[in-house]
Design a protein around this ligand. Structure first.
Ligand code: UDP
Ligand code: MG
Length: 316
């Protein structure tokens, strides 16, 4: 029986793998329980896979799920969770921003009876702009989301088997794992930790990927944008009605009708209303896009090969 599964999504991290493996091994062997390290290779094109296979040949606790291309961090985490067998499952990044040395503290909380222990970032070692952007985003999301998504927590967490099973039951495709984790419930607690700098290489989250994640958080867990469109439409109607009354009055009760100024006003209003309409359509588009993705029913990821893991239907 495997006690701990460590799920690591990994995309072009050749310089981080060996040190990550060493630090994880040191921490986990000290616990004297069976464990497995599941590396999900998300379409890396550097030496990542080669290095992972090297480890796999030396250590039977190393397992690899190798994607056919880059499907994104959230998909890699989801695949890892699906095939993890441990009683307690950890999700952590490969760049050592989540230090393995804090894991025993997290496991202690599980022993105290919690089902999910998620990590809260005490200090972000990023630029002021990014820190501000993240802080604003998480507060905005918390304000509008249907569920209570904890502030400043990423995917780094420790979960009991039953929680992982629940997460695996959710078939949605645009996965925002930290939201899904909050959605499933159970006894959860946050634990603060000092997030280190990335050990080697650059962030693999491009601007586009960050935006996709941010949008998934909002549109998968909130209906507020829909309601916002409704209120916007309602107020526009209300004001246009007042405007109509005004024109009506000028036409029938005064002699100034033909001299009503306002060409510029009219054009500005037209553009404004047009803008609102396009904006609202954009919001609707985000929901429709997600519905479309579900209806198409494509698998969330394609597995090319596996090492140390048995899977029945490889691509499901
Ligand atoms: N990652 C991944 N697929 C991607 C992008 C990132 O598997 O398309 C992995 C990456 O290798 C790392 C983790 O996800 O282990 C977090 O990515 P990164 O450190 O680049 O993000 P940041 O910490 O800058 O937000
Ligand atoms: Mg990182």
């Amino acid at each position: 029986m495997i006690k701990y599964s460590i799920v690591v999504p990994i995309y072009n991290e050749e310089k981080n793998i060996d040190i990550l493996y060493q630090r994880l091994t040191k921490v986990l062997t000290a616990l004297k329980k069976e464990y497995e390290l599941i590396f999900v290779n998300d379409g890396s094109f550097d030496q990542t896979l080669f290095k992972l296979i090297n480890l796999y040949q030396k250590d039977s606790r190393v397992k690899i799920i190798n994607f056919s291309r880059n499907f994104g961090h959230q998909m890699a985490v989801s695949a890892g969770l699906k095939y993890a067998q441990g009683e307690i499952v950890v999700v952590m990044d490969a760049d050592l921003q989540d230090p393995p040395e804090v894991l025993p503290q997290f496991f202690k909380k599980i022993d105290e009876g919690y089902d999910v222990v998620y990590a809260i970032r005490k200090k972000r070692k990023e630029s002021l702009f990014m820190r501000l952007a993240y802080a604003t985003y998480y507060r905005f999301l918390k304000a509008i989301a249907e569920i209570d998504i904890p502030l400043d927590s990423g995917d780094f967490c420790v979960m009991r088997r039953k929680v992982v099973k629940a997460i695996n039951l959710l078939p949605e495709r645009n996965r925002f794992v930290r939201g899904i984790r909050a959605w499933v419930g159970f006894k959860q607690i946050g634990l603060e930790y000092e997030r280190d700098r990335r050990y080697a290489g650059k962030s693999k989250y491009t601007f586009k990927k960050i935006m996709k994640l941010a949008f998934d958080g909002i549109f998968s867990f909130s209906y507020v944008p829909f309601k916002f469109m409704f209120y916007l439409g309602f107020f526009s109607l209300f004001f246009s009605f007042l405007g109509a009354l005004f024109v009506f009055y000028m036409k029938f009760f005064t002699s100034h009708y033909n001299r009503v100024p306002g060409f510029a006003t009219t054009v500005t209003l037209l553009i404004f209303i047009g803008g609102l309409q396009l904006f609202s359509m954009g919001i609707m588009g985000e929901y429709i896009k997600r519905i479309y993705d579900e209806v198409k029913g494509r698998p969330s990821y394609i597995i090319d090969s596996v090492f140390g893991i048995k899977i029945e239907n490889q691509n499901s």
